[in-house]
Unconditional design. Structure first.
Length: 562
């Protein structure tokens, strides 16, 4: 038995942020040294008994700085007791075996079972690293078990890749070209178990996390329980790509506090190209404190001549109040992006659906469909109103605008016409004051740079029929609409008014011309007005119906031409 003591000297080399890819063939010890600085004392014993080697090394690591993610980061002037033990085992049929045990303070413990063939490097048959728990001992492979307040998976994966290298010089095959052992087998896990108050992975923060994951080939499989998500997921890595994430979740919650993180991720330099293909089903999906119901999303990265494209092959959001079905794409090029979407919204209860979207007490009931094609500059989840363009078609029936101020839904406040009796002092107060009830609303509209234009918005109900054409500037919250109100006076003209109102092809001008031609009495009972200005306080001006033109006298054949 021999004893040894000495001082380990490590050149002070601060690690670059982020570390560059290690040169091909660089030994793992050299890569590890880039994260160490300073020097420290150690003591050790080396013994041989029954042809088996035993080595013990101990150090306080005082004077040595460690540049690793927590809990393995420390300044040079602090101590962190290290104990390393190597115990040889009997050789069986020429195969050498040993065990390694390592501890750092009272937090990190590691244990490895190794073997090697003659003239070949050592191979870890099984091993484990425990953080705040004993080192696990799996039947095979490498396992990491972590119990910490905060775990940064991204930082640890980056550190592990830096130390492990590209494998060119760390051969496990024993070829002559190998310059050292395969260090990745000591630090890169095939199985992970983690419990953390907060966990950072893929640039996202998750709270109260319990996760178990395994790595097989190029696929990670995981079961996850956290405050933000619960369920099963897999990530398949792809050569030269970002891979694919598949998830089947009981719930997925993206809180409003994470909005900045989502924005930073989507606005990164790589844009759409940095997002993996997605196949996600979440039975309960909540985004920014809004309950959207069941989420079904399939999306993928595809080549595009104009840049990078992230294609939404299927998006479905379903809840008891309605279902959104959509396809689309997100293009990025030269730091700019554009989103396009084709959608259909089947509405089961328009009032409760608006409640979900943050517009409470705006509408009561309502059932129908809204569909269209939209595009806008920027991110998929955030409409950029000044660039919004496209077309929509609406057909909703059986609802009522509510009397109270609709708050953020200011445009609906204009459409509900509750201010007309007060501003015009007309005599159909009962029609609108309690909120306009409607049997149906139909409209086709074009949108260009945030300005909606329609020629045939029609609302028909028992009390009145309302027609509109003109524009609404969503970005500037202003409007310029011609509004026609036809109260129901039980004169037998109801079927005619209704029949024209439900015809989606007829515009406002054609509607009035046909109505007055077939029922001249309705001209005196029809009110026209112009609604202009801001949504909050629009200006409403009454428009007099044009007088009937007197019939032209027949011209004499002998009349002299002018």
């Amino acid at each position: 038995t021999a004893g040894a003591g000495g001082r380990a000297l490590v050149r002070s080399v601060p690690p670059p942020p982020p570390p560059p890819p290690p040169p091909r063939g660089r030994p793992a010890v050299g890569r590890l040294a880039t994260r160490l600085s300073g020097s420290t004392r150690y003591s050790g014993t080396i013994g041989v008994r029954d042809h088996r080697l035993n080595v013990t090394v101990e150090s306080e690591l005082a004077g040595l700085g460690l540049e690793f993610p927590a809990p393995l980061n420390k300044a040079q002037d602090t101590a962190l007791p290290l104990r390393f033990v190597l115990e040889g085992e009997p050789t069986v049929e020429g195969v050498g075996r040993d065990q390694l045990r390592l501890s750092l303070g009272n937090a990190v413990f590691a244990r490895y079972q190794r073997s090697h063939q003659p003239r070949a490097p050592w191979i870890v048959e099984r091993g484990g690293i425990g953080v705040n728990v004993p080192a696990p001992q799996p039947d095979e492979g490498m396992m990491i078990n972590v119990d910490m307040k905060s775990v940064n998976v991204d930082a640890w994966l980056a550190a592990a890749r830096t130390i492990a290298g590209d494998g060119e010089g760390d051969s496990v095959s024993g070829t002559a070209g190998g310059s050292g052992p395969n260090f990745s087998q000591y630090v890169v896990p095939t199985t992970i178990a983690a419990r953390a108050t907060e966990l950072f992975v893929a640039d996202r923060r998750m709270a109260d996390v319990v996760v178990g994951a395994t790595h097989r080939g190029n696929v990670w499989l995981a079961n996850l329980q956290s405050r933000q998500a619960s369920g099963y997921l897999s990530w398949s890595e792809q050569q030269g790509g970002v891979g694919k994430v598949t998830a089947r979740l009981a719930f997925l919650d993206i809180p409003e506090s994470a909005a900045a993180e989502v924005k930073d991720l989507l606005e990164s330099n790589t844009g759409a190209a940095s997002i993996p293909a997605l196949d996600i089903v979440a039975e309960r999906f909540e985004l920014f404190n809004k309950q959207f119901g069941r989420l079904d999303l399939q999306a993928s990265n595809v080549p595009a001549l104009a840049g990078k494209e992230w294609r939404i092959d299927r998006l479905s959001l379903a809840n008891p109040d309605g279902q959104l079905r959509a396809t689309g794409r997100w293009l990025t090029k030269d730091g700019k992006s554009n989103t396009g979407m084709n959608f259909t919204l089947d509405i089961l209860d328009a009032g409760r659906l608006l409640d979900r979207l943050g517009f409470p007490e705006t509408l009561r009931r309502g059932k129908g469909k809204i569909s269209g094609d939209l595009s806008w500059n920027g991110l998929p989840y955030a409409l950029d109103i000044p660039s919004l363009s496209g077309q929509i078609e609406m057909n909703v029936g059986g609802g009522q605008f509510l009397k109270q101020d609709p708050g953020a839904a200011k445009l609906l406040g204009v459409l509900s016409l509750q201010a007309l009796p007060r501003l015009l002092k007309l005599d159909f107060h009962d029609v609108f004051s309690e909120g306009l009830a409607f049997d149906g609303i139909t409209a086709n509209a074009m949108i260009s740079k945030g300005v909606v234009r329609t020629e045939n918005l029609k609302m028909h109900g028992v009390a009145a029929t309302v027609l509109m054409d003109g524009t609404a500037d969503i970005a500037n919250e202003s409007t310029n609409l011609r509004v026609v109100v036809i109260p129901e006076f039980n004169l037998g003209t109801g079927p005619l008014v209704y029949g024209l109102a439900v015809n989606p092809v007829i515009g406002l001008g054609s509607y009035l011309a046909q109505l007055f031609l077939r029922a001249p009495v309705m001209k005196a009972l029809t009110y026209q007005m112009q609604v202009t200005g801001p949504w909050k306080s629009p200006t409403i001006t009454k428009i007099d119906n044009p007088p009937d033109r007197p019939p032209e006298r027949p011209r004499s054949p002998t009349a002299r031409k002018e």
